[in-house]
Design a protein around this ligand. Structure first.
Ligand SMILES: Nc1nc2c(ncn2[C@@H]2O[C@H](COP(=O)(O)OP(=O)(O)OP(=O)(O)O)[C@@H](O)[C@H]2O)c(=O)[nH]1
Ligand SMILES: [Mg+2]
Length: 486
């Protein structure tokens, strides 16, 4: 598909030198450690020249200029001493159709940390500068190779922990979000254009849209933005996974349930009530989604100051969770601590577990229902591992519903596109606030100049999402989390 961001130009002549240095950067593109191959990447006007001072073709001298986009085998040597360092492939890409929009050279050497350090040091000795985290992608953005949502999608692809996150990141990389946001922004700009005409030709007899028409189009646009804004809850779950807090009274088997779901001995399990103090977090794949599980301290009235701190953390984890896994001990009669757990479940999604069903029963599903539990109830034995299939299936259904994978989102007409970053959510919220102010202005018959200010603010807020409107702090926020060499 065509890249809608080709229409925006990023004239670096107008950027401050701090934002864009025309130098050549170098960094390993592969992670630190031992591997079959390590890639050292150079980008900038001297990328090819610097690579060629280090790398010499092994084939006959005719091959002195390696063909663009072709891997060529050669030898890396220290230019100062001529000492050989490694055999390596070189591939060069000539600007502008490259990763960064600049000349790019990649040296594929053997994957030893020492070799990589040597190659990077030799490149810097030849005048390259070590890249900042995310600097390659930042250059790609500044050169108009990708918009900010695509840059973020690359980070999301790398961080993806399941098929759903991968699919979401790929859709965003191919421009789904950028196209949607850009269309909204064009509509805002069209409204602004109407207002400008009204300002400029106030005295002329032109067929301008009426106030009511403008108010209606602002309201319709705000409704569309609201839909995208509201998709954050779904999108975050697709990208990061849903968060589940495992809560219950002490000794109910919470840590055993965590270990069972993880298939690993992650949390300490003992017969002593009050074993878990801190929140213990780990994630498990449920179909295409990751589920982040948090095991917590047992909820009860305690006088032990350390345990009380743990219980505070448990309550916080429960408040932050998308889902609650409430664990009850089926081998013990219902007590005040269980009642306290049920009180914490009001209006929450999740599942109630009747654990320890391998023991003689003292508490039934009906007892829990009678005490006001409305969550689905799963009976299991975390010790024996019996019932875990039911639990996983239940949890997967719940996560699917939260992530909009239950078909509801698709039915509502393409609304399955979801934002997954707070940056996007906050920008949409700013656009909404500005449009609402504009709407109030139109209804209060404010002069078009005043309304136009709010409409322009809405367009800018939307433009910040893709980078069509850029500020230094937005760029810093986007690229801060990238790794070196990306
Ligand atoms: N028989 C039986 N024992 C279980 C089962 N699940 C857990 N237990 C035992 O119950 C005790 C407490 O288990 P934990 O998983 O530590 O319980 P917890 O809820 O994390 O307890 P705290 O961290 O103290 O709040 C341990 O001795 C477990 O082996 C079960 O399904 N059946
Ligand atoms: Mg525990």
């Amino acid at each position: 598909m065509s890249n809608p961001y080709q229409i925006h130009s990023f004239p670096y002549a107008t950027l401050s030198p701090l934002m864009y240095l025309h130098d050549t950067i170098v960094a390993p593109a592969t992670p630190p450690g031992v591997g079959a191959v390590a890639i050292v990447r150079l980008s900038g006007p001297r990328a090819l020249a610097i690579a060629r001072t280090l790398w010499h073709p092994l084939a006959p001298a005719a091959l002195t200029a390696p063909a663009a986009r072709r891997l060529t085998l050669g030898e890396l040597r220290d230019p100062a001493t001529g000492a050989p360092i490694d055999q390596a492939m070189l591939v060069v890409f000539a600007a502008p159709h490259t990763l960064t929009g600049e000349d790019v050279a990649e040296l594929q050497c053997h994957g030893g940390p020492y070799i990589v350090r040597r190659v990077v040091a030799l490149a810097t000795a030849q005048g390259a500068r070590r890249a900042e985290p995310g600097e390659f992608t930042r250059r790609a953005y500044l050169n108009g190779r990708l918009d900010l949502t695509a840059a973020e999608a690359i980070a999301d692809l790398i961080a993806a922990r399941g098929d759903a996150a991968l699919a979401g990141a790929l859709a965003q990389l191919s421009g789904a979000l950028a196209t949607r946001v850009d269309r909204l922004r064009m509509q805002v700009i069209a409204i602004r254009a109407h207002l400008e005409v009204e300002i400029d030709f106030a005295d002329e007899d032109l067929a301008l849209p009426s106030r009511a028409e403008i108010a209606n189009s602002i309201a319709a646009l705000a409704a569309d933005i609201e839909v995208l804004h509201a998709s954050f809850a779904r999108g975050r779950i697709v990208r990061e996974g849903a968060r589940a807090a495992i809560v219950g009274k002490p000794n109910a088997g919470k840590s055993s349930v965590l270990n069972l779901l993880l298939g690993a001995d992650r949390a300490i399990v003992t017969p002593i009530p009050g074993t878990t103090r801190d929140v213990i977090e780990d994630s498990v794949a449920l179909g295409p989604w990751p589920l982040v599980l948090r095991d917590t301290a047992g909820l009860r009235d305690s006088t032990d100051p350390v345990e009380r701190l743990g219980i505070d953390r448990a309550r916080r984890a429960a408040a932050e969770a998308d889902l609650i896994i409430a664990v009850f001990d089926a081998s013990r009669p219902f007590d005040a601590d269980d009642a306290g757990v049920i009180a914490a479940l009001a209006d929450r999604r999740g599942v109630a577990l009747l654990n320890k069903r391998d023991l003689p029963p003292a508490l039934s599903a009906k007892d829990l229902r009678d005490r006001g539990v409305i969550l689905p109830i799963v009976e299991l034995s975390a010790l024996v591992g019996d019932g875990v299939g039911d639990l996983r299936a239940r949890l997967e259904q719940l996560v699917a519903a939260l992530a909009g994978g239950d078909g509801a989102a698709q039915e509502s007409g393409g609304a399955s596109l979801a934002i997954s970053r707070e940056r996007h959510r906050d920008a949409l919220a700013a656009a909404l606030a500005a449009l609402r102010a504009a709407h109030r202005g139109v209804q209060a018959a404010m002069p078009p100049e005043i309304v136009a200010v709010d409409v322009a603010a809405a367009a800018d807020a939307l433009g910040a999402i893709t980078g069509a409107v850029e500020t230094e702090d937005v760029l810093d926020a986007v690229f801060r989390d990238f790794c070196i060499g990306k």
